[in-house]
Design a protein around this ligand. Structure first.
Ligand SMILES: [Zn+2]
Length: 140
């Protein structure tokens, strides 16, 4: 479990600084570490803000919205378990709050393009933590 009395969640002494991210994801929410000094969000979780060096960080719910920054479409399964899923697209999404997050694009490969507006949609997985996925937003 994340955090303890001696080591707040997300600090370097925490054994799993990303635990709050995955706990929120399991509940269907996107949460990001936000600096209480400069107000900027970041990923991956760190002990100090990468923007200003501040140590006052808090997990805040994010909008879940962003735009495709980059993507690749996988046509050849990297291992047998993925064979039924090809072709699929992995996207790097620039979130509205600034950080980038990588996940599966839940759309046909031909729909992927740089700048495509998306929202995060966590997919349950058993075993393991939810998978990060993105659904295209209506562009009309
Ligand atoms: Zn900061």
């Amino acid at each position: 479990m994340a955090g303890s009395a001696a080591a707040p969640a997300g600090t370097i002494a925490d054994p799993d600084p990303a635990a709050p991210f995955w706990a929120a994801a399991a509940a269907g929410r996107l949460e990001l570490p936000v600096c209480e000094d400069c107000g900027k969000a970041h990923l991956y979780p760190r002990s100090h803000c990468p923007h200003c060096g501040g140590a006052r960080l808090a997990w805040r719910e994010a909008s879940g919205r962003g735009a495709v920054y980059s993507f690749t479409t996988v046509h050849r399964a990297p291992m047998p378990a993925f064979k039924p899923e090809v072709p699929y697209t992995i996207a790097v999404v620039r979130l509205a709050e600034g950080p980038h997050l990588t996940g599966r694009l839940a759309a046909p490969p031909g729909r992927a393009r740089i700048g495509l507006p998306v929202r995060v949609a966590f997919r349950p997985a058993d075993p393991g933590p939810p998978r990060v996925a993105f659904e295209p937003l209506d562009e009309s």
